[in-house]
Design a protein around this ligand. Structure first.
Ligand SMILES: C[S@@+](CC[C@H](N)C(=O)[O-])C[C@H]1O[C@@H](n2cnc3c(N)ncnc32)[C@H](O)[C@@H]1O
Length: 216
């Protein structure tokens, strides 16, 4: 059996041990510090009533939404305890869930927008990616939108070790990643039951990126 069939759980150490300043400097290195990704999707989610941010990290996306005047309720999911504490202290305006795994998240409300930005989906194996997109579809309100942001090319942080396999290695941990192809993403979406899938190509100051919008 190929060992990459499940790998998201083994990636947790990277974010348990990364320093917040280093995390922020990665965002800057890739041109995400300006939240150009959030600005790109903002017109498509600004009227959402309940927005779920997956893998919220230190709150970059959440902060980008609030700075742009987002008025809905924001629920943040993160599994690393130190990052959850950081979010609670620094962004008290939002709801931070207690250490949930986005792969099997349970919610008592149905979000009408879900953001999964900065290559978050790449940190799951293909099997996990497909299952998680199905699961997210089941959580969402009808007419809701799921935003998945990925690179068009991999640069700066990861090295390709196969056509679609990427490894990020640092002194404090490693991430195994899988870059889904365009047709795989569309398959995930159609199999999950999304009624419409579109995408927007955009650029940060450093990278060529793309956001997929899956509409339920
Ligand atoms: C690349 S960072 C993105 C942070 C933030 N969304 C942003 O765009 O700035 C990925 C984040 O997802 C979190 N994460 C990864 N797998 C997760 C899982 N299964 N459940 C919850 N959070 C997860 C990591 O701990 C990390 O904070």
């Amino acid at each position: 059996m190929q060992n990459h069939l499940l790998f998201n759980d083994n990636n947790i150490g990277f974010y348990q041990h990364i320093k917040i300043d280093t995390f922020k400097s990665f965002a800057e290195l890739q041109g995400f510090d300006t939240c150009i990704d959030v600005a790109t999707i903002f017109p498509y989610l600004q009227n959402a009533k309940i927005l779920l941010e997956l893998g919220a990290g230190y709150g970059r996306v959440v902060r980008g939404l609030l700075d742009r005047g987002f008025k809905g309720k924001i629920i943040a999911v993160e599994r690393v305890a130190e990052l959850i504490d950081y979010l609670k202290i620094h962004i008290p305006e939002i709801v931070v869930l207690e250490q949930q795994d986005l792969k099997k998240l349970s919610l008592d409300v149905a979000p009408d927008a879900i953001t999964w930005m900065w290559s978050g989906i790449l940190e799951l194996s293909p099997t996990e990616q497909a299952h998680t997109i199905q699961h997210l579809h089941s959580l969402m309100a009808k007419g809701g939108r799921l935003f998945i942001e990925i690179p068009r090319k991999v640069k700066y942080v990861g090295v390709h070790i196969g056509e679609q396999r990427i490894k990020v290695e640092a002194e404090w941990g490693k991430i195994d990643a899988y870059m889904p192809r365009h047709d795989e993403l569309l398959d995930y979406g159609h199999q999950a039951g999304f009624s419409n899938i579109t995408w927007i190509e955009y650029e940060t100051s450093k990278l060529e990126r793309i956001v997929y919008i899956f509409e339920k």
